[in-house]
Design a protein around this ligand. Structure first.
Ligand code: GTB
Length: 218
C-alpha cells in the first residue's frame, strides 16, 4: 500500500530539515519503506481537506490505505511498530525504546520549543534579554541529565532505535544555538544520527523540496 506523507510546500526552515516531516522521512528510510510526499501550502493546511487529516491544520500527516494519522510521535511509532528496524524484539527493550520516544517529545523538546519561540516571537519585548537566560537554562537542565545518562554510549539504550531517532531529531533544533556544543557527548550523538545513511536520504529529500520551492523564477 502506498504511504503518503505531507510536508511544507515552502518550508520556512531554510532547508535545514527542521520541519517535522524529516522525522517521518527518516523513520521510513530506516525501515526501507518507499513513500510519496504531498506538499501543502500554509493556506491549504487550514482548509477542510487537510483539516480532515490533521485537526490542527499542520504537517506532517501519514496516509496508508484507510489509515490516516497525524502527530509525529504517533506516526513514527506506527512505522516502528509495523516494520522491523526501529524497535527491539525483546519486550522490555522495546518498552524502554518507546519510553525514550516519549522522553524526547515530552521532556526534552518542550524547553527547546520554548527557546525557539522566545527567539522568534519575543525579541522585540523589553523583557527579552532578561528572560532568555532563564529559558536557555531550562534547556541546559534537561541536556545535563540526558548527557549524564548517555555518557560514553553510542545510543540511549543499546542499538539505535526510534527513541534515538526522536531524541536526535529534537536535539537538532539546537544546533544553531551553541548550547548543544556545551555537551560534547550530545553533540557527538547528534552527529552520529546525522551520519546514518537513512537520515542523509531523508535530509536530502526535504532539501530537494526546499531548493525547488526557492528556485528563482525563470
Ligand atoms: N505536535 C505536532 C507533531 O509532532 O506532529 C506538531 C506539528 C507541527 O508543529 N507542525 C508544524 C506546522 O505544520 C511544522 S513542523 N506548522 C504550521 C502551522 O502550525 O500552521 C514545526 C516547525 C516549523 C518550522 C520550523 N522552522 O522554520 O525551522 C521548524 C519546525
Amino acid at each position: 500500500m502506498t504511504i503518503t506523507i505531507t510536508a511544507f510546500e515552502r518550508s520556512p526552515d531554510g532547508g535545514r530539515g527542521l520541519a517535522r516531516d524529516t522525522r517521518v522521512r527518516w523513520a521510513l528510510e530506516e525501515v526501507g519503506q518507499p513513500y510519496e510526499v504531498r506538499l501543502v501550502s500554509f493556506r491549504a493546511m487550514k482548509e477542510p481537506a487537510h483539516l480532515a487529516l490533521h485537526p490542527f491544520g499542520q504537517i506532517p500527516t501519514y496516509e496508508e490505505g484507510d489509515l490516516a494519522l497525524f502527530e509525529t510521535g504517533a506516526i513514527v511509532f506506527h512505522i516502528a511498530n509495523r516494520h522491523a528496524g526501529l524497535l527491539p524484539d525483546d519486550a522490555n527493550a522495546r518498552a524502554r525504546a518507546i519510553t525514550w520516544m516519549f522522553a524526547a517529545l515530552n521532556t526534552v523538546e518542550p524547553p527547546i520549543l520554548e527557546l525557539g519561540n522566545a527567539r522568534l516571537l519575543e525579541g522585540d519585548k523589553s523583557w527579552f534579554e532578561e528572560r532568555l537566560p532563564l529559558v536557555e537554562d531550562r534547556v541546559r537542565n534537561q541536556l545535563k541529565r540526558l548527557s549524564a545518562r548517555l555518557g560514553d554510549a553510542e545510543w540511549l539504550d543499546g542499538a539505535f532505535s526510534a527513541g534515538d531517532l526522536m531524541m536526535v531529531s529534537v536535539l537538532l533544533r539546537l544546533k544553531s544555538s551553541g548550547i548543544l556544543n556545551e555537551f560534547p557527548n550530545l553533540a557527538a550523538y547528534v552527529a552520529r544520527g546525522e551520519a546514518r545513511p537513512a537520515y542523509k536520504r531523508a535530509f536530502d529529500a526535504q532539501l530537494a523540496v526546499y531548493k525547488a520551492s526557492h528556485r528563482p523564477a525563470d
